[in-house]
Design a binder for this molecule. Structure first.
Ligand code: TRP
Length: 336
């Protein structure tokens, strides 16, 4: 049976949040479990250079994200885990694909417009070219499915456009990928403003739970979680965003349905719901935090795993890049 290639990546900008864990990583873990999938998960460390990083802290954060991947259950024996910057084919394919991408298209990307507004003092070429690097990530591995959040769907669409455009000229060279949204209902909202998504870059520390937060910190943040002025528990994301967010988090952590969770919590005061949810989150994240600590104590081991991932990613990426170079008419190097 032909395996499906699943590809995704995260930028090493911040510690992963409970929202990433429930929304993205859990989803990746399910893909990883299925025999029929061939999963590749990268750390998009070139993408994150589009905003200024302090080198020492950045190196540490990149390795930390790798350890977080592993602590959450991504497994080098089942998936390829690697650092994007260690596989030079990404940047090379990006150059070639740049020549098949229009400035006007990049100019219209929502994320480019948002980020340009946010970093008005540093609207660099990388920021504008970000989607072409992402297209290169995906296309290098002949990816079939790309699990992402809704905010990344526009990037998947442009990846498809670029691949189709390229194939129209050169024949069937690139695999046209499909974006895959995670399950609905798994969207975790900010604890401080439950009408907006829990985001790893939120400046309000009480808004997000980091997957590495200690139990005490988790409980404190949940106790401060914004609810509403009623005094009854019901699942109604439009009118009771805060309470509904707590209920969905609790449901995910306990593996129960929303209906069952609402029934279990019937009659509880908000304060008790917060404590119950905080405890469930702390219990779920405990093994992640402990596994992470152990991994970070053995950096050589992490580097060895990363090197193994790099080699496997490199071998696959080089096949695609050579095919693309051939297609456009570049001279093959000797011995190939
Ligand atoms: N842009 C993605 C994000 O910020 C990260 C990313 C980089 C990615 N390359 C990718 C996601 C390739 C999927 C596939 O979330």
């Amino acid at each position: 049976m032909d395996k499906k290639v699943i590809y995704s990546a995260v930028q090493p900008t911040h510690c992963l949040t409970l929202g990433n864990y429930i929304g993205a990583l859990n989803n990746w873990l399910q893909y990883q479990q299925e025999e029929s999938n061939d999963c590749i998960f990268a750390i998009a460390d070139l993408h994150a250079l589009t905003v200024r990083q302090e080198p020492g802290a950045y190196r540490e954060r990149c390795l930390s994200l790798f350890a977080q991947y592993l602590a959450m259950g991504l497994d080098c024996d089942k998936s390829i885990l690697y650092f994007q910057s260690q596989v030079h084919q990404h940047a090379e394919l990006q150059w070639i694909l740049n020549c098949y991408t229009y400035v006007g298209e990049m100019n219209r990307m929502t994320q480019f417009k948002d980020k340009s507004a946010k970093h008005a003092d540093n609207i660099n070429m990388g920021l504008m070219d970000y989607p072409v690097l992402m297209a290169s990530d995906i296309l290098l591995y002949n990816s079939n499915y790309v699990p992402v959040g809704i905010d990344q769907m526009q990037h998947i669409e442009i990846t498809r456009d670029i691949a189709v455009r390229f194939n129209n000229i050169y024949g069937d060279v690139l695999t046209v990928p499909e974006g895959r949204l995670g399950k609905v209902g798994a969207k975790i909202m900010s604890l401080a403003d439950p009408t907006s998504k829990m985001s790893k870059s939120d400046p309000d520390v009480n808004a997000t739970i980091n997957v590495l937060d200690e139990e005490g910190v988790i409980m404190k943040k949940f106790k401060k979680a914004v609810t509403d002025c009623d005094n009854f528990i019901a699942y109604d994301p439009d009118r009771k965003a805060g309470v509904s967010n707590l209920l969905s988090i609790l449901a995910v952590c306990t593996g129960k349905s929303i209906e069952q969770t609402v029934a279990d919590c019937d009659g509880l005061m908000y304060g008790h719901l917060k404590v119950r949810t905080g405890e469930a989150v702390a219990a779920m994240l405990k093994p992640v935090r402990e596994g992470y600590k152990r991994l970070m104590e053995d950096k050589d081991y992490l580097y060895r795993l990363a090197e193994d991932g790099r080699q496997r990613a490199h071998d696959r990426a080089s096949v695609t890049l050579d095919r693309v170079k051939d297609a456009v008419g570049l001279i093959p190097r000797m011995g190939r």
